[in-house]
Design a protein around this ligand. Structure first.
Ligand code: SAH
Length: 400
């Protein structure tokens, strides 16, 4: 139970409903006044304007998310036992999801979806990659690392920081080893039974895009020995899986990053498909314009661009980007072929993304049939109380 002296954050009139519905982010604009002087990271009691208990949270004056909520029970403070329970629940879910012979990496803790707003942990075999995206939880980082060690017994814990977090949260941290041994570089990871090299220290995200694991396998099921184009391939996840599990006759992988392509080449060799996979360093727009010009066609085209919208303001321009990319990509899909199109912009909704395909279909005068509507893999669960943490859309489409 938080002490009577715990600071109290009073919400504005009629602003309590989202938090009673367990949305965990209290923005500054929802707050009427604060009784007491909480320091950044302190536990606070959140009450409605008329004094009713709403939740317990952690305060940060430096963030627009002024309070992050973790407990909706007045008698359950945000203490070691709550954090231990949340971590245990999160790890238990993942322990039951995978055959570790096939998949040795997963997202172990996914922030709001695991009741731990501001903590993301990826497991790569025996190493944990931790991202702290809230100052409030970062003030408890030693405890969190202790609890992760207690539950997972990793060989090492490595901290990765996200760009922009200092500005958003006032949180200063630097990447590096926190506990145990340094991870090997590269580290070997199994995914869908294939082997991939990951550089957890320098690679994009925490080294790999684990959220697409199941979509790579799903996409491969449509390949059936055909010709594949993997656009924005990064380390070759989709293309190499298509070669190995979909028995692709040939795969062209395109990315603008040479370090990514270098890893991708090694990954192709590692899985014995180096002779069927070709790598092209190019801007995807330029590549597609040339491919359309030269009437190149593929049976399966995978389109997995980086995040195109970072803020609500950027949504219109992102939608234009998705439209031109999908329009170009659809033109190089053979009649009756497959387009696997993805968007990882959380700000772009599913309906809006689907509407992009409707426009593409009309413009090209080719029917599009959505065969599978997919999202992130289940180790990236979605909290219905915090829909903002759903971001990945992956549509597997047939283009007539
Ligand atoms: N499909 C990948 C993840 C893609 S991440 C996977 O399954 O793992 C996005 C990738 O797009 C990054 O590798 C980045 O280097 C690349 N990229 C970003 N802008 C690009 C552009 N204009 N043309 C080509 N590649 C680009």
């Amino acid at each position: 139970m938080p002490s009577d002296a715990a600071p109290v954050v009073y919400l504005r009139k009629r602003r309590a409903q989202p938090f009673l519905n367990r949305h965990p982010w209290v923005f500054a604009g929802a707050i009427q006044r604060i009784d007491g002087e909480p320091a950044d990271g302190d536990e606070v009691i959140v009450r409605s304007d008329d004094g009713h208990f709403v939740a317990l949270g952690l305060f940060n004056a430096q963030s627009n998310i002024r309070v992050r909520l973790y407990s909706w029970h007045e008698d359950q403070p945000i203490d070691e036992s709550l954090l231990r329970q949340r971590i245990d629940d999160a790890v238990t879910l993942r322990d039951g999801l995978f055959d570790t012979e096939q998949n040795s990496a997963c997202r172990l803790i996914f922030s709001e979806a695991d009741g731990l707003s501001g903590l993301t942990v990826d497991r790569y075999s025996d190493w944990l990659l931790v991202q702290l995206t809230s100052l409030a939880l970062a003030t408890r980082s030693d405890l969190l690392f202790d609890l992760l060690e207690e539950r997972c017994q990793p060989r090492g814990i490595w901290l990765r920081t996200e760009k922009g977090i200092r500005k958003l949260e006032g949180l200063e941290q630097s990447d590096g080893l926190i506990r145990g041994e340094e991870p090997p570089r590269p580290l070997h990871m199994r995914e869908n039974g294939l082997m991939f090299l990951v550089d957890v220290a320098e690679g994009q995200k925490t080294g790999s895009y684990l959220d697409q694991r199941d979509n790579r396998r799903a996409a491969a099921a449509y390949v059936r020995g055909g010709q594949v184009l993997d656009l924005f391939c990064y380390a070759g996840g989709f293309g190499i899986t298509a070669a190995k599990l979909g028995n692709a006759q040939s795969v062209v992988c395109v990315d603008s990053s040479e370090p990514a392509l270098e890893t991708a080449r090694q990954n192709a060799a590692e899985n014995g498909v180096g002779d069927r996979v070709e790598f092209v360093r190019s801007d995807v727009f330029r590549f597609l314009e040339a491919a359309v010009e030269n009437d190149q066609q593929f049976d399966t085209v995978i389109l997995d661009p980086p995040k195109l919208a970072r803020h609500q303001k950027g949504v219109d321009s992102a939608l234009r980007g998705y439209r031109s990319l999908n329009e170009l990509a659809a033109q190089v899909v053979r009649p009756g072929g497959t387009l696997v199109t993805c968007s990882c912009s959380g700000q772009v909704g599913r309906a809006e993304f689907q509407a992009v395909l409707a426009r593409v279909s009309t413009t090209l005068d080719r029917p599009i049939q959505i065969l599978e509507v997919r999202g992130h893999a289940p180790d990236h669960p979605v909290s219905p109380n915090c829909p903002e943490n759903e971001y990945l859309k992956c549509l597997i489409c047939r283009i007539v």
